[in-house]
Ligand binder design. Structure first.
Ligand code: NAP
Length: 249
């Protein structure tokens, strides 16, 4: 069975290698093409958008895809919605693989906000805000009375005098993140509720240093798509879908 994996996350990468090794599965792993040097994926790799839900529906038929797994980032709302719509229309079973949300550490509650702009609006004058919300976040950091430190993997298009950009991946330990926050004089942390282990140390550091956290809620996922949080469960779902497909054939 030919399988589409919508990738762009560490979970998708782990799952791609697993699925590529599964007997009877021909994997096509898809990337949006936004990262210049993406980490290696299992299966055949295709890059770039499909052209909205209609384009994806046509692509699914042309490629004779029997099942799809959407393992894109929790904030990749458009791709999630497109996948749900196209797979429904094409009759292709779809599973969503999404890492669990982060929860606040005991004794250090955070402020949930709906958008990055809401978080920026809540900063008090004179704040130094560390922003871990991707390079496109720069466009929303529109306060002159606040200093922003934006960490991203790729440089943002918008630059301003009160915006410092750190081109780096998340720190690996709470100690490393604490040292960085101290060095930058950080008073507030703005983060997407991305979940996952890689971004967690900054939240431990914020709790240790009593830094206020403004946490951007995840966009609502499309309705009616079964969801798992573990690549292992996704592989099991696919094995079942493949067995059903073989019975129907
Ligand atoms: P998005 O807003 O949901 O998607 C924008 C468009 O990019 C989609 O409509 C689709 O184009 C294309 N696209 C997205 N993911 C794709 C994939 N895996 N394969 C092929 N085309 C894809 O997504 P985004 O937030 O820009 O994220 C883009 C990619 O970066 C995703 O794969 C996501 O997993 C990854 N990522 C996102 C974040 C984040 O915070 N948003 C963080 C880390 C990684 P068409 O409509 O033309 O098909």
């Amino acid at each position: 069975m030919r399988v589409l994996l919508l990738a762009g996350t560490a979970e998708a990468r782990a799952l791609s290698h697993r699925l590529a090794a599964m007997e009877g599965i021909e994997l096509v792993a898809s990337l949006a093409g936004v990262t210049r040097a993406p980490a290696a994926l299992g299966g055949t790799i295709r890059t770039g958008g499909f052209g909205g839900p209609e384009g994806l529906k046509r692509w699914l038929a042309a490629e004779r895809i029997g099942a799809a797994i959407d393992a894109t980032h929790p904030f990749a709302a458009r791709m999630q919605a497109n996948a749900a719509e196209a797979c429904r229309a094409a009759g292709v079973p779809l599973l969503r693989l999404s890492r669990p949300e982060w929860r606040p550490l005991p004794g250090h509650p955070w402020h949930d906000v709906d958008t990055l702009s809401d978080a920026v609006a809540k900063l008090p004058p004179g704040a130094v805000a560390f922003v871990a919300a991707g390079r496109s976040a720069a466009e929303a950091l529109l306060r002159d009375d606040v200093r922003f430190v934006l960490r991203a993997l790729e440089p943002p298009a918008a630059l301003r005098p009160n915006l410092k950009v750190l081109l780096a991946p998340p720190g690996r330990t709470a100690e490393a993140e604490s040292a960085l926050f101290r060095a930058e004089g950080v008073t507030h942390l703005i983060s997407k509720n991305a979940g996952g282990a890689a971004g967690w140390p900054k939240l431990e550091a914020a709790a240790a240093l009593d830094i206020d956290v403004l946490m951007i809620r995840r966009p609502a996922p499309p309705e009616g798509v079964p969801t798992v949080s573990d690549p292992e469960e996704a592989a099991n779902w696919l094995a079942t879908a493949a067995a059903k497909g073989a019975t129907r054939a």
